[in-house]
Design a protein. Structure first.
Lengths: 470, 239
């Protein structure tokens, strides 16, 4: 039985953090050239294979066309961005060791408290590098590796090389290639066979400058029969000029492993966000993506699964808030390549004040995916007449006995339900907020309690700003 | 003691006049019943008193303890102690009973802890585990009615309007309803009840019966009016 959410009891993220300036140690700006990449790789003391991967990605980036269906990225000018910012801060494993100016940012975001209450590990990235990384000793003793991605490239080259950009190759599209060329930061997580990490591990990404580009890379390898819940959080202060994010998450779920990956994306309202997320599932593996896309100005995110092993299962849950002049393009892709695989996609969008929410999805049942099933449900909630929602589902079915179900609804809040809540003493705004949070309630209830609180609070704050809808 | 007075009330919905010059008053500790044929305006009258935005008061007053509340918003009326148990309560998808009732109770300054929710559910024969279910989602007709009564119990209003609370209730439910209505009146609440069930009305034994026909009060009296309707029907009354 759930209990009423004691919102006031938890230090909640403050998303009104003003600009923070901290002197960088190294910065790479302007046009991305071979020499930029070489300098970046050299500064990270990377092995030759990683430099080659970066240079090959750069070639692909230069060759691949910009997708012609992208909307809202007209102002994106890669030449005016800073692609790598190494803050002049040593990585630490205790909050006290961070410079107070930076520590205060994370305290305002509530991270130290959430870490103490919920997490078994936390990595905090500031600009392009992790400046804080800590995780429980007993997990280290069980062989779990949680490490800064660059450090893992050096320390575990064979393990990393086996998976790095093999799940999501740079050739996939132009911005995957860009990521491959200039990636920095992010974490490597390896969970050994049979190890269950019950308390989640979180990586938190903070963009601290305008015209900054962040390209963190998260790679999770869950070995046979293991379990892990990974959470990523994102925040950025509101700057006068835009910032850019082109991150990547790769998950390799070995036989009978189970990976949950939850994103609480609350970038500032002038950040352009591309996020490349894909998982490969071996036999009997389970992957659950939960994507909360609350912030950013423009967002393109489609968590994907490749169901490669017999009996593998995946779910992809999205909550998308498109408020104000925003374009939120989100969706899911499920490639069923093996028999008896199943996928479930539930997408819920909320459009308000002229916001546009788009669902773009693909279900592919390849030849050989016998007795497989996929269910896609996308609901769009429009809170006024200026806002819009579009749905572009695509099904490719090559196996006769595959079952694919697609449901889509677009609607407004029920006037009867609004009146009902008001008749119990809630103001019109409170009633709307209650119903909107209820609308995404089925997805929220799958999250750890503390993150439900964060989600609810962010939505509530958005609604406080909005006031009544017309 | 609370007093609700409706004075010469005219109400329009979508340009059509549906309440035409209705006047009555309900005092604290008293039970007033409204009966009438389908479409006579019974539910519309209760929704108008609750402040539904689709219903426009074009003339007359709704007075609560002498104050005209006819221009107040629904939540303001609720906070002044008016409650409506809906004839067809809507579903609130994703909103569970516990969070809904605790939020409503806190807005009205009533005890809003989990124990209060359990007590109100149990008072109407619903298991306390229902607190985890979404409001009215997947509920039978009878369960919806019980949940409405549970809210009346928890939110402790001074004016309780019940719109056909007995439809869909089983025999145990009808007994519980009758007990609850009498209990509300004995605790000084003003009760306004719409019902078609003569047995419920006999058991409740109302202080006053109003017969509403075509938006007007056609007849007013005691329980004998119900007996008259039962034997003669509404058309005779209307004449």
């Amino acid at each position: 039985m759930s209990i009423p959410v004691p919102i006031e009891e938890l230090a909640l993220p403050q998303y009104d953090i003003s600009s923070i300036t901290y002197k960088p140690r190294i910065q790479l700006k302007g046009r991305i050239s071979r020499s930029t990449i070489e300098e970046l790789s050299r500064s990270k003391r990377e092995p030759e294979w990683m430099l080659r991967l970066r240079l090959r990605s750069l070639e692909l980036f230069e060759k691949l066309p910009t997708p012609n269906w992208l909307v809202g990225v007209e102002e994106l000018d890669l030449e005016e961005l800073t692609h790598y910012i190494q803050p002049d801060v040593e990585r630490v494993s205790s909050w006290d060791q961070l410079p107070s100016e930076i520590r205060r940012v994370y305290e305002k975001l509530g991270l130290p408290e959430i870490e103490a209450r919920v997490l078994s590990g936390l990595a905090a990235q500031f600009e392009s590098e992790n400046i804080y990384l800590s995780f429980k000793k007993f997990l280290e003793e069980k062989g779990v590796i949680l490490m800064d991605m660059s450090e893992a490239v050096i320390k575990y080259p064979d393990l990393v090389k086996k998976y790095f950009m093999r799940v999501f190759p740079p050739s996939d599209h132009k911005f995957a290639a860009l990521h491959g060329a200039v990636w920095s930061g992010g974490v490597f997580l390896y969970v050994p066979p049979g190890v269950r990490v019950e308390a989640p591990i979180e990586a938190f990404f903070f963009v601290a400058s305008e015209l900054e580009a962040q390209f963190e890379h998260t790679l999770i390898v869950a070995d046979e029969g293991s379990f892990i819940h990974f959470i990523e959080g994102c925040a950025a202060p509101l700057f006068k000029k835009y910032s850019f994010h082109d991150g990547m998450v790769e998950i390799y779920a070995h036989r009978n492993s189970h990976v949950k990956f939850t994103t609480v994306q609350n970038w500032s309202k002038n950040l352009i966000n591309f996020n490349n997320k894909r998982a490969i599932l071996e036999e009997g593996a389970v992957v659950e993506w939960a994507e909360g896309s609350l912030g950013s100005k423009v967002s393109y995110v489609y968590p994907s699964v490749i169901l490669k092993g017999r009996g593998s299962r995946a779910s992809i849950y999205n909550i998308t808030l498109a408020k104000g002049k925003t374009w939120k393009d989100s969706g899911a892709k499920a490639y069923h390549l093996a028999p008896e695989t199943s996928s479930e996609v539930v997408s819920k969008s909320i459009s308000a004040q002229g916001g546009v929410a788009v669902y773009r999805g693909l279900v592919k049942m390849a030849r050989g995916a016998r007795n497989s099933k996929a269910a896609v449900k996308c609901d769009s909630l429009l809170l006024d007449t200026e806002s819009k929602a579009y749905t572009y589902p695509k099904n490719e079915i090559e196996e006769d006995d595959a079952l694919v179900v697609h449901e889509a609804t677009t609607g407004r809040l029920s006037e009867d339900a609004l009146f009902y809540a008001q008749s119990r003493g809630l103001t019109e705004d409170e009633a709307r907020r209650l119903l909107v949070i209820g609308y995404v309630g089925d997805i929220l209830k799958n999250l750890p309690f503390e993150y439900q609180v964060v989600f609810r609070r962010v939505l509530e704050l958005e609604f406080e700003e909005l006031g009544g809808y017309g | 003691m609370v007093e609700l007075e409706v004075s010469n009330l005219y109400v329009k919905v979508e340009g059509r006049e549906i309440i035409r010059g209705v006047s009555f008053h309900v005092g604290g500790g008293k039970i007033t019943v409204i009966v009438g044929p389908n479409g006579s305006g019974k539910s519309s009258l209760l929704l108008s008193i609750m402040g539904h935005p689709r219903y426009t008061v074009t003339q007359g007053k709704i007075l609560l303890n002498g104050e005209d509340i006819s221009s107040l918003k629904p939540h303001e009326r609720a906070r002044k102690g008016i409650f409506l148990a809906f004839q067809n309560p809507p579903e609130l998808p994703g909103v569970n009973i516990l969070s809904f009732l605790t939020e409503a109770a806190s807005k009205l300054g009533r005890p809003s802890d989990i124990g209060a929710v359990y007590a109100s559910l149990q008072a109407v024969g619903l298991p306390k585990e229902y607190s985890d279910r979404n409001v009215n989602e997947g509920f039978s007709g009878g369960e919806k009615k019980r949940l409405e009564l549970a809210q009346a119990f928890m939110l402790d209003p001074s004016v309780v309007m019940l719109d056909e609370p007995d439809s869909g209730l089983d025999i145990e439910g009808l007994r519980m309803l009758s007990r609850l209505v009498r209990d509300l009146a004995s605790r000084g609440k003003a009760v306004l009840l719409v019902s078609h069930n003569p047995k419920t009305l006999e058991y409740i034994s109302p202080d006053k019966v109003l017969v509403l026909v075509s938006g007007r009060i056609a007849l007013e009296g005691g329980i004998e009016v119900v007996r008259k309707i039962e034997s003669e029907g509404f058309p005779v009354i209307a004449e």
